[in-house]
Design a protein around this ligand. Structure first.
Ligand SMILES: [Zn+2]
Length: 78
């Protein structure tokens, strides 16, 4: 399942949750203050590697795993 990053609007804690895509846009509870956290949209949740072996962070986008722009990260495979 994809990993989504959330940011707490109360204490700015960032945390990740693995959850199904159908629940991706639901709120999550901050592990620090229990305030409701919102999904962070501009994160670097996964990485892609090019042919030279460089690992490059890719920005989030509406591609196959909903958390990377490459369509070829670890979470895309599922
Ligand atoms: Zn919090």
């Amino acid at each position: 399942m994809p990993i989504y990053e959330y940011v707490c609007s109360s204490c700015d804690t960032k945390f990740e949750m693995i959850r199904s895509m159908s629940k991706a846009n639901e709120g999550a509870e901050c592990p620090h203050c229990k305030h409701e956290a919102e999904r962070a949209l501009s994160t670097f949740a996964c990485f892609s590697s090019d042919e030279s072996g460089m690992t490059t962070a890719v920005a989030g986008g509406g591609h196959s795993c909903a958390s990377c722009a490459s369509g070829n990260c670890a979470t895309c495979a599922s």
